[in-house]
Design a protein. Structure first.
Length: 269
């Protein structure tokens, strides 16, 4: 009988079997970088990537701003006149009347290459701001003035420009750190009046009278009940009441000219 134990033979066979099953060359898989293809991609299927041509098919465009545009306003009696303010510390008045030329040239169907169309020309550039212009409005009822506000708290008033008249600076004040919004007042007895809200929670109502050289911009009212930034405001349709809201979750309705209380529409106390 042999002196070699069967158990010893079993261990040897097991070791050989383990060496075959745990071969490092087979256990380690290297994935090449930069060669992955997205699912359903044309490259994986052996096809070519399709080139998409983008065409500006708008009726007209205006691209004088060099940074993000934050606000826009339309003239109340001449809808073609538009004013914009942006992060380039400037505001523009421009005429958005579409040009007479067709949107796309007749040759586009047979030769659809990108066609550069000329941007609309500004009627006026409203300078004087040192920060982003984030609020703008035309005064009511005739749009005689355009009012701008910026993130530096500067409020500026300009005589509206048109095709034959340039915009002229009328007045400029800086009462707050940052202007949040501007809303023109529709009250027929208080033309060229507007309200604004500030980041300190204050609300201001101004009237413009360019014929008064000593005080072309006067304060009609100022309110200080909001404890957080005043983020939005709107006038009632008749212009008697002004509603404002704030980040402190408060909402106030102001009887700016004292008429709503006399009519019983608001408390006179």
């Amino acid at each position: 009988m042999s002196s070699q134990s069967p158990h010893t033979n079993g261990e040897g066979e097991q070791e050989e079997e383990d060496d075959i099953m745990l071969d490092p060359a087979e256990a380690e898989e290297e994935i090449p970088q930069g060669e992955d293809a997205a699912m359903d991609s044309d490259e994986e299927a052996g096809g070519l990537l399709e080139e998409i041509q983008l065409q500006n098919d708008s009726v007209a465009h205006f691209d004088a701003h060099k940074d993000s545009i934050f606000c826009i306003a339309q003239h109340p009696t001449n809808p073609a006149l538009v004013a914009t303010g942006a992060g380039d510390d400037a505001a523009y008045i421009w005429d958005c009347t579409p040009p007479d030329a067709p949107v796309l040239p007749p040759s586009y169907q047979s030769d659809p290459r990108p066609v550069e169309r000329e941007s609309l020309k500004p009627l006026a550039r409203l300078d004087g701001h040192t920060e982003s212009v984030n609020a703008i409005a035309f005064t009511l009822p005739h749009g005689e003035y355009v009012v701008t506000g910026d993130l530096d708290g500067r409020l500026s008033v300009y005589a509206s420009a048109n095709a034959s008249t340039a915009a002229e600076a009328v007045a400029s004040v800086q009462e707050v750190e940052e202007i949040q919004w501007i809303q023109p007042c529709p009250h027929p007895s208080h033309p060229n009046t507007f309200a604004l809200g500030a980041n300190d929670g204050s609300v201001w109502v101004y009237s413009v009278n360019a014929s008064d050289p000593t005080s072309p911009l006067s304060i009609a009212q100022a309110y200080y009940l909001h404890t957080g930034p005043c983020t939005a405001g709107t006038w009632s349709a008749d212009g008697r009441l002004l509603a404002t809201v704030s980040e402190d979750s408060s909402l106030y309705v102001w009887d700016v000219f004292g008429e709503a209380g006399a009519l019983g529409l608001a408390s006179s106390s």
